[in-house]
Design a binder for this molecule. Structure first.
Ligand SMILES: Cc1cc2nc3c(=O)[nH]c(=O)nc-3n(C[C@H](O)[C@H](O)[C@H](O)COP(=O)(O)OP(=O)(O)OC[C@H]3O[C@@H](n4cnc5c(N)ncnc54)[C@H](O)[C@@H]3O)c2cc1C
Length: 423
């Protein structure tokens, strides 16, 4: 018998799960509050970079409409604003890519419909879930908005914060020249904030996302509190002043006559994210189980670009389990949880570690940054491992591990190349 799966929410988690299920002979129905044609007129949703492991999943799903040789980026530049600034570059093994989600999500929704997926357009209310679940073998919840988030209780040991750790100001901008190689640039301004610059495909072509992660109470926090709409010129002047002071190598690439939001006033977002990990599943009023996927299960601050990438990973893990299993009971949930846990938990832990370490200038983290800045193979490995948060957590989960990670690699890099070639 063909299995039937209901999916609440058509973000990256719901869409990629839906496409995987259709590809594998499972009937899937998406419930969403947005039609494809509504996205173009919406405020910026986020500024998401898909690491190349996620792009490879899109290739498998047949939904990579934005080839990396045209739209991808090839590595990370790093700028650390210490008294003697550090600047270095790390390569990715394959290109990663960022597409404005107001383009990406409706396109995948259209793919889903074209492949025979069913869609119901209406906001789902929490009290509808039991009734909806009766139509399906399994219900997957892929939105954490309002009561949906509260259905899945937080896991306290993995949710150390009760408030956002950064005051975010995020926008898509025109007028910033690309650096020599198309790449993400991660800027660190000790004591004030971090900024991630991401080459992004938006409506008019390639633009730059600036993800400003401002420390609460610091010099940059004002960027999260000043409204562009109140006085666009004054906002841009303030932003330029802060960029010159904290992120001068970005400011140096800006043409101030052109610099502005790329597509108009909807291209900016301000606010914050409280990092939270929640239980993987919940029991509905009718006794059936619903499984959590994406941000509703684990939401992270965007500083390391992990949220959608782990949602995509978890969607495929869940999809594979749905295809492989016939009974969606607690044992099913336990197996899904075990299969996705390492990636999801390590992404959250590593992100929380970096928020804390960059905020408090952790000596272990600063020593690590100092060491990789002098050693291209190390910075390449660190950069590539943005794809694999569990490898990053292998490095950062204790000071001993961080020191050993650096020491082992430095020791092996001193091997005489002639001896190595003869082995
Ligand atoms: C500024 C910013 C930058 C980011 N940068 C990155 C990055 O570089 N890399 C990365 O991997 N992640 C990044 N993220 C995180 C990423 O955006 C999320 O992790 C990801 O989009 C979560 O996908 P999702 O499918 O779980 O949820 P969502 O994308 O939130 O999808 C939820 C869906 O449910 C629908 N919905 C909501 N309520 C209802 C309802 N009542 N009834 C029906 N449908 C409903 C919504 O319309 C939406 O389609 C960033 C986030 C932010 C805020």
């Amino acid at each position: 018998m063909v299995k039937r799966i209901g999916i609440i929410g058509a973000g990256t988690a719901g869409l990629q799960l839906g496409l995987y299920l259709l590809q594998n002979g499972v009937e899937a129905k998406l419930f969403t509050d947005r039609r494809p044609e509504e996205y173009a007129g919406m405020r910026l949703l986020n500024t998401v970079a898909h690491h190349h492991v996620t792009v490879e999943r899109e290739d498998l799903l047949g939904c990579n409409h934005w080839p990396s040789d045209q739209y991808g980026y090839f590595g990370h530049y790093y700028y650390v604003g210490t008294p003697q600034p550090l600047e270095f570059y790390g390569n990715l093994e394959k290109p990663s890519r960022a597409v404005d989600y107001r383009i990406y999500q409706p396109r995948l929704l259209e793919d889903f419909i074209a492949r025979g997926g069913q869609v119901e357009y209406a906001p789902v209310a929490h009290e509808d879930l039991s009734t909806i679940s009766e139509q399906f073998d399994l219900l997957v919840v892929c939105t954490g908005k309002g009561p949906f988030g509260q259905m899945f209780s937080p896991v306290p040991e993995s949710s150390p914060f009760d408030r956002p750790q950064r005051a975010l100001c995020v926008g898509l901008f025109k007028g910033i020249r690309e650096p020599e190689t198309r790449a993400v640039t991660m800027f660190f301004s000790p004591g004030a904030g971090e900024m991630i610059e991401i080459p992004t495909l938006s409506f008019g072509g390639m633009v730059n996302a600036l993800v400003m992660e401002n420390h609460v109470g610091g010099d940059l926090e004002i960027l999260a509190k000043t409204k562009y709409d109140d006085d666009p010129k004054a906002f841009i002047a303030l932003l330029l002043e802060k960029l010159r002071k904290h992120y001068p190598t970005c400011a140096a690439r800006i043409n101030e006559d052109e610099f502005d939001l790329a597509n108009g006033p909807l291209d900016i977002l301000q606010g914050g994210v409280t990092p939270t990990v929640r239980n993987s599943y919940a029991r509905l009023d009718n006794g059936r189980l619903a499984v959590a996927l994406g941000d509703v299960q684990a939401v992270v601050d965007p500083v390391l670009g992990q949220g959608a990438n782990m949602a995509s990973y978890a969607a495929l893990v869940l999809g594979q389990a749905i295809v492989a299993e016939d009974v969606f009971d607690e044992r099913f949930m336990e197996k899904v949880d075990a299969a996705r846990k390492d990636r999801v938990l390590c992404a959250t832990r590593w992100t929380n570690y970096m928020l804390d370490g960059l905020g408090n200038l952790s000596p272990d983290l600063l020593n690590f940054i100092g060491a990789i800045s002098q050693n291209p193979p190390l910075v390449d490995e660190f950069t590539e491992n943005f794809n694999y948060p569990e490898k990053q957590w292998d490095c950062f989960s204790s000071a001993e591990r961080t020191q050993a990670w650096v020491a082992t690699r430095l020791a092996s890099s001193t091997v005489d190349p002639q001896v190595a070639a003869a082995e």
